[in-house]
Design a protein around this ligand. Sequence first.
Ligand SMILES: [Zn+2]
Ligand SMILES: [Zn+2]
Ligand SMILES: [Zn+2]
Length: 164
Amino acid sequence: MNCPSCGAPLRLAGGLTSLRCDYCRCVVPLAPDDEGMRYLDEVAELLCPVCAVPLWNATLANAPVHACKKCRGLLVAMGAFEGLVEGVRAQNPGGAMPAAGDDNELSRKLACPRCHRPMETHFYYGGGHVVMEDCERCEVNWLDSGAIKRIARAPQSESARESV
Ligand SMILES: [Zn+2]
Ligand SMILES: [Zn+2]
Ligand SMILES: [Zn+2]
């Protein structure tokens, strides 16, 4: 995204909720969508493994992710995953549990957006009945729309914490 007044490239400001122009010092707030996702810019070389459209640099609950505007799925680095779950949990303290995904998802095969190898499909270890994909090689997780909220809302057990 570029600065609306001078056209210089904007960079993420601290807190990951706004963009700043280093030249004219203007700040462009990023409005979250109804899922709390803030989209920054399109990453042409990173395609959604489900819809094959470019993913976007985005932030969710102050964690950096790559998100698909079409299916609302997201790619998150394994190192940022725990912070993302905690952030989403903090932002969604109440309300209904989002609907569970389909068990058929377990048999689907997605290719990693980064290395294009098949991703590992499994249930999230920490509960919430969530199917997720991961690529050990690229250290990324793929989550469908709503999955992160289910994980955040799942009852926390000691074993779940240890396995994250
Ligand atoms: Zn500017
Ligand atoms: Zn998609
Ligand atoms: Zn990969």
